[in-house]
Design a protein around this ligand. Structure first.
Ligand code: CIR
Length: 336
């Protein structure tokens, strides 16, 4: 872990500017990269191929109650800024148990700017700065570009500068991009991410093939990662509903059966939001429950974590859910 911290901090000291954000030391020990499955007789190993060294996050903006929303999650209730801040602090605290977090200052004029995941897609030292699908979110990317390029010295491609027509017609939200460590899936809803963006991601991220996953956006599925995320490089978390089955089948077909039904952990339809988890280095799992008393979903997730020696923590993001946010959207994990 010290080596990771050294790497992150040496990258930062390359910077001309001092990063005076909230970079905190992680509090747990050496990463357990693999865990033997103990509950059955076969010898499957769960493996998390990514080795993240730094998470980027951003403080909640004062304008958060004006964030875009299309889901039923708000039930007409306004976002409570103080509560959102509290939940975000708890989220950061949970992340910091596993990885240093660089929490950038709030952008108070940009209501959705806490959702940093949408602004960049990064693998290793390469990063593609996105051109977010919703026009109101487009100014969020500038400061991310400067942190990644100028302060962390990453190899940055800016989607806005790469569109075929020269008119920035490619658009993408990072929430549509799922990299499991083996496959890079790009959800193409045509609403937040389009095919042209996939081609720029392909060019900017290098050798790994970007695989399109067309899906129909709806009020409960803003992004691909609103439907499916990964726990390790083999296991996907999917809701037991039509959308979940459709997207899973597309993933199976598009990856030439790189995944199968036996690699899936299904969560009940009512707990679809809980399919969005943050899995960190084969060691930590951040999850959330829609209802605290949903013991069924809790025990499925707990068992998944136990089988893999993952330390699971349930963190509530109820305020973010009112504007279609979940857990992955509030951080960008970097393996630099
Ligand atoms: C939006 O509509 O863009 C925001 N209100 C929510 C973005 C959530 N982002 C994510 O899940 N990656």
């Amino acid at each position: 872990m010290d080596a990771i911290l050294c790497r992150a901090s040496s990258l930062m000291t390359r910077s001309k500017t001092t990063l005076s954000f909230c970079l905190a030391r992680t509090t747990t020990g050496t990463p357990a990269r693999t865990a033997e499955k103990t509950t059955t007789s076969f010898t499957t190993k769960y493996y998390d191929r990514r080795n993240y060294s730094l998470a980027i996050a951003r403080h909640v903006p004062k304008s958060f109650s004006n964030a875009i929303t299309m889901s039923n999650g708000n039930d007409g209730r306004k976002i409570d800024y103080d509560q959102a801040k509290l939940e975000h602090e708890n989220y950061l605290k949970a992340l910091r148990k596993h990885i240093p977090v660089l929490c950038l200052p709030a952008l108070d004029d940009l209501p959705d700017s806490v959702f940093v995941e949408d602004t960049v897609v990064a693998i290793g030292n390469k990063a593609v700065i996105t051109h977010p699908g919703h026009p109101s979110r487009r100014k969020e990317v500038d400061s991310i570009r400067s942190v990644l390029q100028d302060q962390l010295g990453m190899d940055v491609t800016d989607m806005r500068e790469k569109s075929n027509s020269g008119a920035a017609t490619a658009f993408c939200d990072g929430g549509d991009v799922l990299y499991t460590g083996r496959h890079l899936f790009v959800g193409i809803s045509g609403e937040r991410t389009n095919q042209e963006a996939l081609e720029i991601l392909q060019e900017g991220l290098g050798d790994i093939e970007a695989i399109p996953i067309p899906f129909q956006q709806n009020a409960n599925a803003l992004h691909l990662k609103s439907i499916v995320t990964h726990i390790d490089d083999r296991t996907l978390l999917v809701p037991e509903n039509d959308m979940g089955h459709r997207v899973l089948q597309t993933i199976i077909d598009a990856s030439n059966s790189g995944y199968s039904y036996s690699d899936v952990v299904w969560l009940p339809d009512h707990a679809a939001l809980s399919c969005n988890v943050v899995s960190i280095n084969g060691r930590g799992l951040l999850a959330q429950l829609v209802h605290e008393e949903d013991t069924k979903t809790r025990s499925i997730l707990q068992e998944v974590a136990n089988e893999r020696n993952l330390q699971i923590e349930f963190v509530s993001q109820k305020e973010a859910a009112k504007c279609d946010g979940a857990l992955t959207c509030c951080s960008v994990l970097l393996d630099i």
